[in-house]
Each structure stands twice: as C-alpha cells, then as structure tokens.
Design a protein around this ligand. Structure first.
Ligand SMILES: Cc1cc2nc3c(=O)[nH]c(=O)nc-3n(C[C@H](O)[C@H](O)[C@H](O)COP(=O)(O)OP(=O)(O)OC[C@H]3O[C@@H](n4cnc5c(N)ncnc54)[C@H](O)[C@@H]3O)c2cc1C
Ligand code: SF4
Length: 333
C-alpha cells in the first residue's frame, strides 16, 4: 500500500474544510473520509484507491439514531449497519431496511460498516478491482473490460456503452423504497438530496457515481414517518446463502385494502447501475387486485427496459420472479 497522511476530524466543519481541497469527491479523490474502512481500505490494499490523506470521521458524534419531529427517523452517517438493523424502531417500522442490512456481508463487516459508507460503496466488478485491466470507472477513457468479458454479475438496467457495473448495496435498495433523504454538509452549507437523485447513471462518465462535490460530508439520512399498515419485504437471491452480493434482490413496501393494492414502493438490487426504484411496477400495482397476475405484470413492467449482456440474460427472469415472490410474501395472509 502507498503512504498517506492520517487526520482525525475534530468537527464536521473542519472535516469539510480539509476535504474541500480535494480535486474531486469521486473516484481518485486524493482526500477521503474514513468511516468503517471496509470499502476504502480494501480498495487501497488493491491500489485501486490511492488517497494521500485520510480524514477519520468516527469521532464526530454522527453515530446516533433519533426520532424526527414529524415522526420519521434520523440516522447518523457513522451509525454501524448492525446497530441500525437491530434498532427497535427500524425493526418495527422500517423492517425492509433491517432485512436488507442483515442480508449483506457478514456480522463482522456489518459491525464496522456505516450508513454513509454503505451508500458510497464501490462496485464489485472484477475489472474495477484489478489494476492490470482497462476500466473506464477506475481510469476514464481506458475502455470497459466487462462488456466483452465476464459480466454475469453485472447490470441489465441503466447501463451505458462505457460501463455496465452494478451498484452492490442492499441497504440503498431498501432506502429507495422508504424514500430516504441524504443530508450533506459542504463548502456552501448543508443540503438534502432525495435518494433517487443521489446516485448517478454511468453515461459517459462512469467515474462519477454520486452528486457529491469535494468536501461534501454526509452527516445523516432521514426517513419519512412510517406508512401505517404497510408490509415490507427485502428478498435477496444470490449464489450462496450468506456473505454474498445479490444476483438480484427486491425491496417492496406495500399497503392493501379490501383485496386491492392502495400504495406500493418497489426497488430492485443486483440489476441496476444504481439502486433501482421502479415507478413502472408501482404504477401497475396501485388500484389493482392482489393476485399473481397483477404481481407478474408489475414485474414485467419493472424489467421492460432491461438490456442483458452476454452472460447475464438470466437475470431478467430471475428479477421478475424475485419481485413477484416478494410482493406475494408482503401481501400474504
Ligand atoms: C467481503 C465483503 C462483503 C460484502 N458484502 C456486502 C453485501 O452483501 N451487501 C452490501 O450491501 N454490502 C456488502 N459489502 C460492502 C459493505 O457494506 C461496505 O463496504 C460498507 O457498507 C462500507 O461502509 P464503511 O463505513 O466501511 O465505508 P468506508 O470504507 O469507510 O468508506 C466508503 C466510501 O465512503 C466515503 N465516506 C464514508 N463516510 C462518508 C461520509 N460521511 N461522507 C462522505 N463520504 C463518506 C469514504 O471516503 C469512501 O470513499 C461487503 C463488503 C465486503 C468487504
Ligand atoms: S463495467 Fe464499469 S467498472 Fe466494470 S470494467 Fe466496465 S467500466 Fe470498469
């Protein structure tokens, strides 16, 4: 590993000030915030990330979970994934989030991984992690090794001719259905970004993954008040039962009355270049009878724009079945 300077942040403002001198907040940034380190240190060991300065944000007191005045929840940026998954309010009112977190990584990793770090985890595309291979995301303009290479795990929605990498986060898929807001402290003050606008599609700049600018520190995430009577499911399908990223996953938050769907929030994981909310599936579901046929139509709508690569066409039908099954589970009995 290369050498770097280690700085302990004393306040959010000081952390922002230090990081604001970085050339970019994205891939290749020379100054990085350090939270749990489970993505960043991993990639530094592989020489994929080579920051010259690490700003440790673990002492900033951003590790609390509190109710908000409107009945929602405020989750600090450095709250550990385990603490969030087991928090009584999350288990009771936002169970899709708890289920998604507990389906990810291992207990040891979840004990270190943080809310903000999880939102910003990098793709698991093997070529991104191998500095001997061309990769537009790691080194813009070098090409994409995955398009004609090994792409079984990669995306079928939101891809471009420059990058087909999947966003690997389970937590972010659940946050999409909960309509979370990301709160950022930056050079020109604080701002709130809806989760649907936080991650970017690769387009012709796959090295740019989020709307963050140099110095931007995620301070917390808020969830709106829970929807009374909604049922929530996170269903993750993968090559082995634990310690594995999703081949496909589905998060659903559904309300029903009199045998019909009254409200639906649907998102998919493992298939998109960003956490993939599906307004198309939601539109099919609302005001329709709870039935296999309705759920199947919603799943067809969610995958209508899918563009498979050479090795991952199977994900289309797998994702349809995953979403259909998640909706069945959420509305059963
Ligand atoms: C073996 C393995 C298996 C895994 N399996 C899964 C899985 O199945 N599902 C899943 O979803 N995830 C999985 N993960 C990923 C894991 O969830 C992430 O590594 C973790 O959530 C990252 O959080 P962190 O706090 O460790 O981030 P860090 O590594 O500390 O940081 C990640 C990035 O976020 C930036 N950052 C951190 N905090 C802030 C902040 N407050 N503001 C601005 N920038 C910030 C850092 O600068 C860095 O660029 C796995 C990881 C490993 C190593
Ligand atoms: S899919 Fe994206 S991350 Fe993977 S090799 Fe291509 S450009 Fe790199």
């Amino acid at each position: 590993m290369h050498t770097f300077e280690f700085v302990r942040a004393e306040s959010p403002a000081q952390a922002v000030g230090v990081a604001a001198t970085a050339k970019t907040a994205q891939q290749g940034a020379d100054i990085r915030f350090l939270a749990g380190g489970t993505t960043l240190i991993d990639l530094m060991k592989l020489n994929v990330e080579r920051p010259t300065r690490l700003v440790d944000i673990n002492g900033l007191g951003l590790d609390t979970i509190e109710p908000t005045p409107d009945g929602g929840l405020k989750i600090g940026a450095t709250v550990r994934n385990s603490d969030l998954a087991h928090h009584p309010s999350v288990r009771e009112h936002y169970s899709v989030l708890s289920q998604a977190l507990l389906s990810g990584a291992s207990m040891q990793l979840r004990n270190m991984a943080t809310t903000a770090g999880n939102l910003l985890q990098r793709t698991r595309c093997a070529y991104f992690r191998d500095t001997a291979m061309p990769c537009n995301k790691r080194e813009p303009g070098t090409g994409c090794s995955a398009i004609d290479g090994s792409n079984r795990m990669l995306a079928i929605l939101g891809t471009s001719g420059h990058c087909i990498a999947t966003n690997p986060s389970d937590m972010s898929v659940a946050l999409a259905t909960l309509e979370a807001t990301i709160h950022v402290e930056g050079r020109s003050g604080s701002r709130a970004v809806p989760i649907g606008e936080f991650h970017l599609l690769p387009g012709d700049t796959p090295e740019r993954e989020t709307v963050l600018e140099p110095g931007d520190l995620i301070t917390h995430v808020t969830l709106p008040p829970p929807v009374p009577g909604s049922r929530q499911v996170y269903l993750k399908l993968r090559d082995r039962a634990s310690y594995e990223f999703a081949l496909v996953s589905a998060a659903v938050v559904v309300s029903t009355a009199g045998g019909s769907v009254t409200r639906a929030r649907v998102a998919l994981g493992g298939v998109g270049t960003k956490p993939w909310r599906s307004p198309e599936a939601e539109a099919v579901l609302v005001d329709e009878r709870v039935s296999d046929a309705t759920f199947r139509r919603a799943a067809e709508a969610a995958l209508r724009d899918a563009r498979p690569q050479s090795e991952n066409a199977f994900k289309i039908e797998l994702a349809r079945r995953c979403l259909t099954h998640a909706l069945t589970m959420a509305t059963a009995g």
